[in-house]
Write a protein that binds this ligand. Structure first.
Ligand SMILES: [Zn+2]
Length: 503
């Protein structure tokens, strides 16, 4: 009897003892859970198990191996936990330093990664030499780790509970997203054509292509005119920044007084134009992969966004799931992520995925307003003339015109295919605007840096082509300002009273 009592007490004591040693595994799970619970709208639960398993297994193996080295489970546990945390949080810390102040921005993985290992090496050295009992540290770590895991599981559960239906119902108009499409439009739809707004970022006007790059883009010009497009050959933009340019077009007003630059982003996602069209019963489709800019390719104000289109199948973004990409980005595998970005693999796939997504959009219910933003003609130059990869040394080489020209020609060809597809598959008359936000910005190292004088004028001239269904034949000026694009469309299509803004 006394034996069994002792046995029972021993069991619970040994359970407690085991709990004190769980922190390496718990710590290996927490960053993964954290990442998922904070990005749940873009990810799904099924992507969790594989990274969680690998992470826990690796931590377990390291734990066992360290026990041989330390000959003390507690020391081994602490060393493992520190390693796990350094490994899984490396990318976060690196990014934190990188995004802060200019002198810290010079830190690269070459310095940063060894530094992380040095920290771990020091911890190992310290533990090995420690003569005091480390068990209390181990206990505290287990409590902290358990709390972190529970907190994130709780937050994840909360996100799942509130997201399920509501990712679908977030739209202010109460319209259901993705799989079920909006209720019947408020007005009879017979007369309302679909409206496609295709943005070719940094795409040269016909004049710039010829005068600056020595290339007559007759293939595109002839194709478009043959289809019935009007090309506004003298159209100019006021803005060399994408955000300002798109903000102005999609909100139908100049944005000169708005500060700071880039604050236009929310005004692009949810614009005066898209709201106006949604009010008329249009389905708002937003095909833009903004991952590179804002860490998201979602647009909550759209009925269908790039994520939804990609999820419809046959659209591959990368071989990696978004969650795996995120893990690469946040862990000590960050150098691999940076390499993927540097080599343009993510960018290339993203662009090709958007072309496929555009094709998916053609078959969505009408009337629809499709905004489709493409970066093929945008530096860094990721595509050669025939879609081949470009050596990283030439990704931003404006000095030799062949690199911009290569990706410009490739972009032209893909756009022709896209338009051909639209004409052959569209079930309803449509308006199609193919427009660049600004021209090429040669000499401009960074997208948001000031345009160098060498590129003066070149960026102002935009490519701007309009197609209207045969029963609409608006008078369009050769130098129509992009800001008046939708003023003109709304006048023409709905007979609304939108006056043109002055140049
Ligand atoms: Zn741009």
């Amino acid at each position: 009897m006394s034996r069994s009592r002792q046995g029972g007490g021993g069991e619970s004591r040994s359970l407690t003892r085991i709990f004190w040693l769980t922190h390496p595994i718990l710590f290996s799970a927490f960053p993964v859970l954290f990442l998922l619970s904070h990005n749940f709208s873009e990810l799904d639960l099924n992507q969790l198990w594989w990274p969680l398993g690998v992470s826990a297994l690796a931590a377990g193996v390291l734990f066992l191996v360290s026990q041989l080295f330390f000959r003390c489970v507690h020391k081994a546990g602490i060393a493992t936990s520190v390693f796990v945390l350094l490994f899984l949080l490396y990318g976060h810390v690196f990014e934190g330093f990188e995004s802060r102040g200019s002198y810290l921005a010079s830190y690269r993985h070459r310095q940063f990664l060894p530094l992380a290992f040095l920290v771990w090496g020091y911890v190992v050295f310290f533990l090995r030499r420690a003569r005091f009992r480390v068990e209390p540290i181990s206990k505290s770590l287990s409590v902290v780790a358990l709390a972190l895991v529970l907190l994130n599981v709780g937050s994840l559960a909360g996100t799942i509970a509130t997201t399920k239906a509501p990712k679908l119902a977030r739209d202010t108009a109460g319209v259901v997203r993705a799989k079920t499409f909006p209720p019947a439009p408020r007005e009879p739809t017979g007369e309302m054509p679909d409206i496609y707004y295709v943005i070719l970022d940094e795409f040269a006007s016909l004049e710039t292509a010829e005068d600056v790059y020595g290339y007559q883009n007759e293939e595109l010009a002839l194709f478009l005119r043959d289809k019935g497009f009007f090309i506004a050959e003298r159209s100019e933009s006021r803005y060399s920044s994408t955000w300002d340019a798109l903000d102005a077009v999609l909100n139908m007003e100049y944005v000169d007084s708005r500060e700071p630059v880039k604050s236009g982003f929310p005004r692009i996602l949810d614009s005066a134009v898209s709201r106006h069209l949604k009010d008329k019963g249009y389905l708002f489709v937003y095909n833009s992969d903004q991952k590179l800019h804002r860490g998201t390719s979602e647009n909550p104000s759209a009925h269908v966004d790039f994520q939804d289109l990609a999820a419809k199948g046959s659209v591959t973004t990368t071989n990696l799931s978004p969650f795996q990409v995120m893990l690469l980005k946040t862990s000590a595998l960050r150098p691999f992520y940076d390499k993927l970005v540097r080599d343009g693999l993510l960018r290339r796939r993203g662009e090709l995925a958007k072309l496929s997504a555009f094709r998916q959009a053609i078959s969505l219910p009408s009337p629809k307003f499709v905004v489709s933003h493409h970066l093929i003609s945008h530096a860094p130059f990721m595509f050669g003339e025939n879609g081949e990869t470009v050596d990283i040394r030439n990704h931003r080489d404006w000095s030799k015109k062949e690199f911009y020209l290569g990706t410009y020609k490739y972009c032209s060809r893909r756009v022709i295919e896209l338009i051909e597809d639209l004409f052959s598959k569209a079930l309803r008359p449509f308006v199609l605007i193919v427009q660049s936000d600004h021209g090429p910005r040669a000499g401009q190292a960074d997208v948001h840096a000031k345009v160098l004088p060498s590129a003066l004028g070149e960026w102002r001239k935009v490519f701007n082509a309009f197609y209207f269904p045969p029963n609409y034949q608006p008078e369009i000026a050769l130098d129509v300002a992009p800001v008046n694009t939708f003023r003109m469309v709304f006048r023409e299509i709905f007979g609304e009273d939108f006056a043109d803004l002055p140049h």
